[in-house]
Design a protein around this ligand. Structure first.
Ligand SMILES: NC(=O)C1=CN([C@@H]2O[C@H](COP(=O)(O)OP(=O)(O)OC[C@H]3O[C@@H](n4cnc5c(N)ncnc54)[C@H](OP(=O)(O)O)[C@@H]3O)[C@@H](O)[C@H]2O)C=CC1
Ligand SMILES: CC(C)CCC[C@@H](C)[C@H]1CC=C2C3=C(CC[C@@]21C)[C@@]1(C)CC[C@H](O)C(C)(C)[C@@H]1CC3
Length: 408
């Protein structure tokens, strides 16, 4: 039937449609497969940020390898008769099974945290209020031997699950209508690029606040395992039931929007990561200038300095902070204070446009994501203000807009 916003839904699924033991089995098999791929030898083992007890945890960088191996296994399965196009019919019980799994998993994590030493607990999530702590997560990096649950869940099962659901929807559309629509190809292609990128640059996740700061509780477990695969695939789900005519000229324009978004997103994230890893990398720093180079060599200590020191370089300009780390104030990070969010939002728009402009549902991701990034930006801003003090004020003065130039 037509997608509509006003009026009650014509049909609501009964509770019995939510529960299927097969869906739970499939969900657990998927987690088991991804866990097995996580344990395979990795091209690199990276060290995380320094912890409270001065130690660093080690993480395997093999997420992209897991994506490729999953694609090979699914390809083999489909050619051997695996009915992937049956997946779209199971989405509701699968989403329920994933939510149930996240819930039980978070309960176990809560219990595990009771045995953890105080140094292993997250800064938030230890208020003593059972529900609040269960939701936010008590332990920072819950592990069994070297298997890190939060790092494992953050990317692989959810992101790879998302593109697998998209693929199943594309195959089912081909079976229903003879071939997949152009709109379905675009949505699949754009989102595969996004997921491939996240897994290729997996190491960058080690410096996100989710890994460094947040405990692992129900919010993150549910977000990673259930929310991401089942709501991020809404555009492809919409297209299966509401085919949209899309010509090549408009499709090319949407591709251009996605390319611009990706260019900003990747450019900004890579610029910051390169700079953080090696501030004197010629791609970001050119020549550092005296103050920058001295602080880099530990010759200058800005601790307690009332004014942030300024460092000019021919390529990118930076400001020094009391912590010894510097902040980029030109390049992408001189345009707005969160250029990566801007690129991400432009891409989110490009994922919705192939679905036309007459329905709100395909724009759900764009709207939710705007709210998520505004909230995330606010949290990050508070943390940076605390961490960098005066230097952050100076950065805000030099770069007044947060996400969208001249707007916000
Ligand atoms: N699709 C999705 O659902 C989601 C996608 N994302 C995406 O993930 C990516 C990562 O986002 P997120 O983890 O929120 O954080 P960011 O990558 O934006 O990192 C913020 C940190 O960068 C450093 N920083 C800020 N300004 C500067 C500067 N001028 N120069 C140098 N360093 C600076 C600070 O840390 P420090 O100084 O300590 O290095 C700050 O805490 C983004 O592209 C975002 O869009 C995020 C959440 C959800
Ligand atoms: C309504 C829900 C309870 C809200 C859940 C929020 C989560 C969906 C997000 C919190 C942080 C996320 C990140 C990504 C996906 C969404 C969640 C889990 C991310 C893996 C997406 C891809 C990016 O490149 C990234 C930097 C790897 C992201 C990390 C944070």
């Amino acid at each position: 039937g037509p997608a509509r916003l006003l009026g009650p839904p014509p049909y609501l699924p009964g509770l019995e449609e939510l529960w299927s033991p097969w869906a739970l089995l499939l969900c657990l098999t998927w987690l088991g497969l991804q866990a097995a791929l996580y344990l395979l030898p990795a091209r690199k083992v990276a060290e995380g940020q320094e912890l409270k007890d001065k130690s660093r945890l080690r993480y395997p960088i093999n997420g992209f390898q897991a994506l490729v191996l999953t694609a090979l296994l699914v390809g083999l399965g489909v050619s051997a008769g695996l009915p992937l196009s049956a997946l779209p019919e199971m989405l509701l019980p699968l989403a329920f099974a994933a939510t149930l799994t996240a819930f039980i998993f978070s309960l176990l994590l809560y219990l595990k945290a009771l045995l953890a030493p105080a140094s292993a607990l997250a800064p938030g999530g230890n208020s003593g209020n059972l529900i609040y702590d269960f939701f936010l997560g008590r332990e920072l990096n819950p592990r069994i031997c070297s298997f890190d649950f939060k790092y494992f869940c953050e990317l692989r099962p959810g992101l790879i699950g998302w593109v697998l659901i998209n693929l199943a929807l594309l195959i089912q559309e081909a079976e229903l209508r003879g071939s997949p629509s152009l709109a379905m190809w675009l949505v699949n292609g754009f989102q595969l690029l996004y997921v491939g990128d996240a897994l290729w640059y997996e190491e960058a996740v080690l410096t996100t606040m989710d890994i460094i700061h947040d405990g692992f509780g129900f919010m993150l477990a549910f977000g990673d395992l259930a929310w991401v695969p089942f709501t991020y695939s809404l555009q492809a789900q919409f297209l299966l039931y509401h085919p949209q005519p899309l010509g090549w000229p408009l499709a090319s324009f949407i591709c251009l929007i996605n390319a611009v978004g990706y260019y900003i997103f990747r450019g900004a994230n890579s610029q910051k990561n390169t700079f953080r890893k090696n501030p004197s990398d010629p791609r970001v720093a050119g020549e550092l200038g005296f103050l920058g180079a001295m602080s880099e060599m530990g010759q200058l200590d800005f601790q307690g300095s009332p004014h942030p020191a300024m460092c000019l370089s021919p390529d990118l300009e930076t400001i020094s902070t009391a912590t010894g780390r510097r902040l980029l104030v030109s390049g992408w990070w001189g345009m707005v204070r969160h250029p990566n969010y801007l690129g991400d939002l432009i891409m989110a728009l490009a994922w919705s446009l192939p679905c036309g402009v007459f329905h709100l549902l395909p724009y759900f991701y764009f709207l939710y994501f705007t709210a998520l990034l505004v909230h995330r930006e606010d949290r990050d801003e508070r943390q940076c203000r605390q961490k960098y003090g005066l230097a952050w004020h100076e950065y805000c003065r030099r770069v007044p807009y947060r996400i969208v130039p001249y707007v916000y």
